[in-house]
Structures are given as C-alpha cells and as structure tokens.
Design a protein around this ligand. Structure first.
Ligand SMILES: [Fe+2]
Length: 161
C-alpha cells in the first residue's frame, strides 16, 4: 500500500489545538477522541483502505457521536440550557445524514463519496465545537459550576477516572 506523505495529511487533517477546548473536561476529552477518529477516517480514505476497515471506522465514529451527543444533551438539560432545542437539532441533523451515508456505504461502498462525507464531517465538527459547544459551555459555566453529581455520572458514562 502506498503511504501518503505526512505533510499533506497534516494540512488536511484536523490539527487539535487548545482553541477547541470548551472548558468542560469530560466533553473536551470526548471531542479530542472524536477528532482522532475523524483523522483516522481521513487517513484511511487517503490511502484507499479497504471497505471493511473504512466501514469499521465509520461505525465507531457513529457510535462515538451518538454517545457524545447524548452526554452533551444530558448536560444541557441538567443546566436548563435555553438553546437546548436548536443545539440538539444540529446533532440530530448530522446524525441522520451520517446514518444515511453509512447505510449506502454498507450496501455499495464504491457508489459513495466518502471523502466528501469526511470533509463535511470535519467542517461540521470544527464549526460545531468552536460555535455551538463553546457558546453552550460559556453560558453553563458562567452561570454556575457543573454539579459534582453530574460530573461523576459523566465520568461513569465515559469510563474514565
Ligand atoms: Fe454539541
């Protein structure tokens, strides 16, 4: 398999920086892992990796997004976040589009433009974290601290110390 050079990959992968931090540790942790997975997909598509492996990565991104969005929505509801509805709609729309793509890819990998999907997903993730998620965390953390019980529940859900 031909390896692509690192410079090109770096230019088009998401380069993680502290700008992505929204200040809620558990959500930052999840965002970092989501970005890692999207970069993995990006790399696999660049290398024309086989469809089963790409399909596996698409599936793990899907599972991660579902769990992560549920967690974020849980945090927003616990804090009675006033923009909950529109934020959740952004999550739902992306998940719907992504799920449709995954189904089509599973049926016929060659028919799907996965690089276009990955580019859209990459753009969506950057804009969503820097826009909607930051706005949400600023309102929540300005208003009051994350409740310790909620933090513990989040850590249990994420299986981290
Ligand atoms: Fe979000």
């Amino acid at each position: 398999m031909t390896k692509t050079n690192t410079k090109t990959n770096t230019e088009t992968s998401i380069v993680w920086s502290d700008d992505f931090l929204i200040g809620i540790e558990e959500l930052d942790y999840e965002h970092r892992r989501l970005v890692d997975d999207i970069n993995k997909l990006h790399q696999q598509l660049l290398e024309n990796d086989d469809a089963d492996r790409v399909s596996g990565t698409l599936g793990s991104i899907h599972a991660r997004m579902q769990a992560h969005f549920a967690l974020e929505e849980h945090v927003m509801q616990a804090h009675e976040y006033p923009h909950y509805r529109e934020h959740k709609e952004e999550h739902d729309r992306l998940l719907d589009d992504y799920t449709e793509h995954m189904s089509r890819f599973a049926a016929d990998p060659a028919s799907e433009d996965s690089r276009a999907l990955e580019a859209t997903l990459r753009q969506w993730t950057i804009e969503h974290i820097l826009g909607s998620d930051k706005k949400m965390s600023q309102m929540i953390t300005d208003d009051k601290q994350i409740h310790p019980n909620l933090l513990n529940r989040m850590k249990t859900m994420l299986d981290i110390d």
